[in-house]
Design a protein around this ligand. Structure first.
Ligand code: ADP
Ligand code: MG
Length: 354
């Protein structure tokens, strides 16, 4: 199914929840709709599904304007965050629900439900009630139920938000391969960037009702188009005075410009560990956090605080240690754009000890 959203607006009272949003989605793509809570993700999804009416703008499905088409006639399956299974119905009856209300024959229902029980690994659970299932199993029932009427578009609104981290990771891998196998166009809402990056073919970043960027996960990460995207993706530190960082003075001439530095743009260590020491600045370790596979360092550099990573194999650093800090690159951000700037001093061959 090919989707086009054109200049859609939606307000709730004085609050503009969706602002002039336009995008298209190609058939068969898995889209990650990512943004902070309250940004308008659910509202957008509900407008697509026909559960909410836009104030202005149009929705096209396969080229046909569907603004006035009832939700149940749009060919869309919806999976919500909070399972929303029917508590008093068995797994079988939950999955069959959409077919029953369409008055499918008993034989047809049985065959389709069996197919979905196999597809979702729920064979053997068909006579259980929702309270007899784990969170992950319940969410798989919700998928099966959404898929039963063979929708051409699957909308998933934070489907794993209520599930613990380990099961969630398994479920999203499972979901991605299932969706690829079915070839069904899908939009997956999440506020978790790792989840979106891992699952999506393409991402839509939404904030305060506005679409900030539509791109592949790699391009969202390497080429953020707006200041918001640059700061939102990649556990960034905001540098309020980037002009005070050696090498970047010229790039940051615009008064008041800020910069964004990601941990992987920064190398922190003893001077002898750092390549291009002449391009490094001096910093002081403020905190060291153990993050399992690596250490996260909170480093003070002049008036700025940066976050950096360090391997557990390297010599340990302690709070209070003076260190060399090499900033390989940063994003200079202005009101509406983000520009990547490489550290120009990295080419300098003369070692300077600090
Ligand atoms: P998200 O899913 O990104 O967290 P939502 O689309 O749910 O965001 O909400 C966007 C904004 O619109 C929020 O400020 C929310 O409070 C508001 N909103 C959503 N639905 C309604 C509603 N039915 N009535 C009033 N305000 C709403
Ligand atoms: Mg939501």
């Amino acid at each position: 199914m090919h989707i086009e959203v054109r200049n859609v607006n939606k307000a709730f009272g004085a609050h503009q929840a969706v602002r002039d949003v336009s995008f298209t989605i190609e058939r068969g793509k898995l889209i990650g709709l990512l943004g902070p809570s309250g940004g308008g993700k659910s509202t957008l999804l509900r407008i697509l599904a026909g559960l909410e009416t836009p104030d202005s703008g149009d929705i096209f499905i396969d080229g046909k304007r569907v603004n006035d088409v009832k939700p149940q006639l749009r060919g869309i399956g919806f999976v919500f965050q909070n399972y929303a299974l029917f508590k008093h119905m068995t797994v079988f009856d939950n999955i069959a629900f959409g077919l029953t209300i369409r008055k499918a024959s008993k034989a047809e229902i049985r065959s389709r439900v069996n197919e979905l029980l196999d597809l979702t690994g729920l064979r053997g659970f068909e006579h259980r009630y929702p309270h007899q299932l784990s969170g992950g199993q319940r969410q798989r029932v919700a998928f099966a139920r959404a898929l039963a009427p063979k929708p051409e578009l699957l909308l998933l609104d934070e489907p794993f938000a209520a599930i613990d981290a380990k099961v969630r990771k398994e479920l999203r891998t499972w979901l991605k391969s299932l969706i690829a196998e079915l070839g069904i166009t899908s939009i997956f809402v999440t506020h978790d960037q790792d989840e979106a990056v891992e699952v999506a073919d393409e991402m839509l970043i939404v904030q305060q009702g506005r679409l900030e960027q539509q791109d592949s996960p790699i391009r969202i990460y390497t080429d953020p188009q707006t200041a918001f995207v640059a700061g939102f993706i990649g556990h960034s530190s905001v540098v309020e005075e980037p002009g005070s960082l050696r090498g970047f003075e010229k790039a940051v001439q615009a008064a008041g410009a800020r910069a964004i530095v990601r941990p992987e743009f920064v190398e922190v260590g003893r001077t002898y560990e750092i390549p291009f020491p002449s391009a490094a600045v001096t910093g002081k370790i403020r905190h060291v956090f153990f993050r399992g596979a690596h250490l996260e360092l909170d480093v003070e550099v002049g008036p700025n605080r940066l976050s950096a990573h360090r391997s557990l194999d390297q010599e340990p650093l302690q709070p209070g240690d003076e260190v060399a800090v090499l900033i390989h690159r940063l994003y200079v951000i202005s009101e509406e754009s983000a520009t990547m700037v490489e550290n120009p001093l990295k080419a300098d061959p003369l070692p300077v000890h600090i």
